[in-house]
Design a protein around this ligand. Structure first.
Ligand code: APR
Length: 237
C-alpha cells in the first residue's frame, strides 16, 4: 500500500465546531498566546491557563468528527494513512484513524510540571485540571500541551514518517508554527503534496496541488486525485 501522510491543523476540526487559532475571531484573537500557551504564563497565572484548557477540553468532548475525519478513515482501505496532527482534540481517533501522532499534545491528558514523561489520562466524566491538583512527584499537574518555547518531542518520529511518504496531504493549517510547518520539507523531491484549505496557504515546494475547500469537501476530492496520481504512475511504469 502507498504511504499517505496527512499533516492536519485546526482547520481539520473547524467543521466539528472547534475554533481555529489565526482565522478572524480565532482563539488567538481572544487570548494572548503569552498568557495561556507558554510555561511562563502557567507560572504567572495557573488558574487562567487551566480555565482556558478546561474549557477547550469540555468543548472537544462534545465535538463529533466531521466528514473530513471520516473520509481519512475510509482511505485506510486503500492506503497506509498516517496522520500527524497539530490538534490537541481526539477527533481523528474518535473517527477511527489508526495511526495518529499528536505533535502538540493532547487535551485528554495531564502531565507533571517538571517531568514531561509523567503523563496521565484524564477522566472524560471529570475532565478538569484544578489548580491544587498535584502529580505524584509533587509538582502541579498541567495540561499535556506543547506550549510555545517548548521542545516538540515527537518531531524526529514525524520527520521519519514524512520521509517515507508517497504523498503528503496538508489539511487546515496555516503553516505558521515551527517546527511542525517545516515537516513539508522532509518529503522527497517529486513527492506530490496536496493542500486542503479554503484560504490561501503559502507553501514553498515544487509539486503542490491546492484544493481550496473545507476539510470535508476537500478530502472527498482528494480521494479522486490520489487515485489518478497513482494510476497515472502505474501506467508510466
Ligand atoms: N477546512 C479546512 N481548513 C480550514 C477550515 C475548514 N473548514 N476552516 C479554516 N481552515 C484553515 C484556515 O484557513 C487556516 O489556514 O485552517 C487553518 C488554521 O490555521 P491556524 O488557526 O493557524 O491553526 P494551525 O495551523 O493548526 O495552528 C498551529 O498554532 O497556536 C498553535 O499550537 C497551536 O497547533 C496550533 C498551531
Amino acid at each position: 500500500m502507498k504511504n499517505i501522510v496527512v499533516l492536519t491543523g485546526a482547520g481539520m476540526s473547524a467543521e466539528s465546531g472547534i475554533a481555529t487559532f489565526r482565522d478572524s475571531g480565532g482563539l488567538w484573537a481572544q487570548h494572548r498566546v503569552e498568557d495561556v500557551a507558554t510555561p511562563e504564563g502557567f507560572q504567572r497565572n495557573p488558574q487562567l491557563v487551566l480555565d482556558f484548557y478546561n474549557k477547550r477540553r469540555r468543548e472537544s468532548l462534545l465535538a463529533k468528527p466531521n466528514n473530513g475525519h471520516i473520509g481519512l478513515v475510509e482511505m485506510q482501505h486503500e492506503y497506509n494513512v498516517q496522520i500527524i496532527t497539530q490538534n490537541v482534540d481526539n477527533l481523528h481517533e474518535k473517527a477511527g484513524s489508526s495511526t495518529v501522532i499528536h505533535l502538540h499534545g493532547e487535551l485528554m491528558k495531564a502531565r507533571s510540571s517538571i517531568n514531561p514523561d509523567k503523563v496521565y489520562p484524564l477522566d472524560p466524566l471529570n475532565p478538569d485540571i484544578n489548580v491544587d491538583d498535584k502529580c505524584e512527584d509533587g509538582s502541579p499537574l498541567r495540561p499535556y500541551i506543547v506550549w510555545f518555547g517548548e521542545a516538540v518531542p515527537l518531531m524526529a518520529e514525524a520527520e521519519e514518517i514524512v520521509r517515507r511518504a508517497d504523498a503528503l496531504v496538508v489539511i487546515g493549517t496555516s503553516l505558521n508554527v515551527y517546527p511542525a510547518a517545516g515537516l513539508i520539507n522532509y518529503v522527497y523531491a517529486g513527492t506530490p503534496i496536496y493542500v486542503i484549505d479554503p484560504n490561501e496557504v503559502s507553501v514553498s515546494r515544487g509539486k503542490v496541488h491546492f484544493i481550496r475547500k473545507g476539510a470535508s469537501e476537500g478530502v472527498a476530492e482528494l480521494k479522486g486525485l490520489l487515485k489518478e496520481q497513482f494510476e497515472h504512475n502505474k501506467n508510466k511504469q
